[in-house]
Design a protein around this ligand. Structure first.
Ligand code: F0G
Length: 536
């Protein structure tokens, strides 16, 4: 054994071995448009086999692999020796990118407010930047409120001391404070001190409370230390619960859930003020809610569009509880649903937006967090940064991505809508032919899900076994790959659902191939004939 052979597999060997069980551990060596080329050994010779890519880089390839116009920008930047890393300098291209995003967002949402941009590298990082900003804003709001409350405490003291105001018994009763012994001005002063001490104690108890986050059941917002606590899948989240924030997960279809949360978590900070010679208690809502995280279409959780009703309830909750709404458009955004923001179809307005994936055109790692002006805290710019964010390479590519989206009066958005509808039609035809096998077809534009019926009680032991271990979707994906040259995956937290997120370049011929391949998979499942599944 030579020393090279002695080195074990070190780059996530467990994951590769798991993929191998469904024949998914293939190596791709080249890619263009919707086609990936995988390496295969045939008769001792290495050949390249084309594969139609419907996983679309988990939604990062709106314009396909290695789009020629994006490649041209990348080449030019490198040939021109663009200073990729020049942190702490002027970045006019980042500003152009932020301005262009604002222009499109204004058009889609009708908003007249600016959104300020913080750049980052991945989807999870943009989500965490939004959450950090929201917490900075919450803490500062709380500090400003506390300062106001303390300031009127001194005014109350002075007014009661000078006899300009009296402290009525009902205020003490309300606070649960007994009137101290003694009468007149001196007794009044003691009572004021007791009341203020109680208020300070109660307010301090509330201020010490950890912020509350809201997210939807089935939601996915990343796997970093903070964002994983906003991600619903317990397998990802629970081992790290002690490291992160407290999230309340909101179910769809139970509108009263938000009211219950508001009641359970909401509280009031108290303030004493003088009004018409009387000391009075004023209540202020406690800013305990940090952020409400929402995907307009859940991606990783099974391609589940948010209903208009829930979108409305979320917006109303945000306003009632002064809780900023963070719209995670990491997967649904950048044109995939026929608009830059999938949330704009719902009329849902974000205090924050997170964009990533297709922002980098399939070439750069880029993400951006946008926050509306009325919530913006400029000091955030000094407490959040990354070595790699806002670089010239990714910003210029992202600018080109926006140019491609907006070209010809938004042809790419129209293509996403039209191609998506054509693919949706094909998936729907398969569902209609196999209602016993296919449970649902969902999504919008080029973000579609194809859900199989549960097979855990199937007659075929292999199929039932795969369903029982959560491998069912992967086994079907393996068959689609090896028997039909089509690459897709189940959504990771809903493994009965295959995701279809091809690029706008999708052709009718490719849609036909997808329909044929799914029809074959459904026939195998209807016949309970796992021996016909091809996984290598
Ligand atoms: N938010 C959403 C809505 C996502 O879909 C993802 C990733 C992230 C955040 C995290 O982005 O990977 O760049 O850090 N979704 C992938 C998926 C992995 O399976 O759909 P990241």
């Amino acid at each position: 054994m030579n020393s090279e052979n002695a080195v074990p597999e070190l780059a996530e060997p467990n994951l590769r071995a798991l993929l191998a069980t469904a024949g998914l551990d293939v190596e791709y060596v080249r890619a263009e448009g919707n086609t990936l080329y995988r390496r295969s050994e045939t008769g001792g010779e290495s050949v390249e086999i084309p594969v139609l890519d419907c996983a679309g880089g988990y939604g990062s390839l709106m314009f396909g692999h290695n789009h020629p116009e994006l490649l041209a920008v990348a080449r030019r930047l490198l040939d021109d020796h663009t200073p990729v890393h020049a942190q702490f300098s002027s970045h006019p291209y980042a500003n152009s990118l932020a301005a262009e995003l604002n222009r499109i967002i204004r058009r889609e949402t009708g908003s007249e407010e600016w959104y300020f941009a913080t750049f980052a590298n991945s989807g999870a990082e943009a989500v965490e930047a939004a959450v950090k900003h929201a917490e900075l804003d919450r803490v500062l709001r709380l500090a400003e409120l506390t300062e106001r409350i303390e300031a009127t405490g001194d005014q109350v003291r002075a007014a009661v001391d000078s006899g300009a105001a009296v402290l009525p018994d009902e205020v003490l009763t309300r606070l649960g404070v007994e009137r101290p012994a003694g009468t007149g001005a001196a007794g009044g002063a003691d009572a004021v001190e007791a009341a203020l001490a109680k208020i300070t104690e109660e307010n301090a108890r509330l201020r010490a409370k950890a912020p509350v986050f809201l997210a939807l059941e089935g939601g996915f917002h990343g796997k970093l230390m903070g964002s994983v606590q906003l991600t619903h899948n317990a397998g990802y989240r629970e081992p790290f619960a002690a490291l992160g924030v407290r999230t309340r997960f909101v179910p769809d279809g139970r509108p009263e859930a938000l009211e219950e949360i508001l009641k359970e978590e909401g509280a009031t900070l108290l303030q004493l003020v003088v009004e018409d010679g009387l000391v009075r208690v004023v209540e202020h809502p406690h800013p305990v809610f940090c952020a409400f995280l929402v995907e307009p279409i859940q991606g990783e959780g099974g391609i589940r569009p948010l209903s208009k009703e829930l979108a409305r309830s979320i917006q109303a909750f945000g306003e009632a509880a002064d809780c900023p709404v963070v719209i995670d458009e990491v997967q649904s955004g950048m044109g995939r649903t026929g608009a830059l923001l999938a949330s704009s179809h719902l009329g849902l307005r974000g205090d924050y937006y997170a964009l990533a994936k297709s922002l980098g055109g399939g070439l750069a790692k880029a993400s951006v967090m946008l926050v509306r002006e009325s919530r913006y805290r400029p000091q955030f710019e000094l407490v959040h940064s990354s070595t790699f964010a806002k670089d010239s390479f990714s910003c210029h590519i992202a600018l080109k991505v926006l140019e491609l989206l907006e070209a010809d009066d938004g042809r790419a958005y129209r293509q996403a809508t039209e191609r998506g509808a054509a693919l949706h039609g094909a998936l729907e035809r398969v569902r209609a032919a196999f209602p016993d096998v296919v449970k649902d077809v969902r999504g919008k534009g080029l973000m579609l899900g194809f859900e199989f019926q549960d097979q855990s009680l199937a007659d075929d032991e292999t199929i039932a076994g795969a369903a029982g271990t959560g491998m069912f979707g992967y086994v079907i994906a393996g068959h689609l790959l090896h028997a039909h040259g089509i690459r897709t995956f189940p959504t990771a937290s809903a493994t009965n659902t295959l995701r279809f997120e091809p690029s706008v370049l999708l052709t009718d011929d490719e849609i036909g191939r997808i329909e044929k391949a799914l029809t074959d998979a459904c026939e195998i499942l209807r016949a309970q004939a796992s021996d016909r599944l091809v996984t290598s």
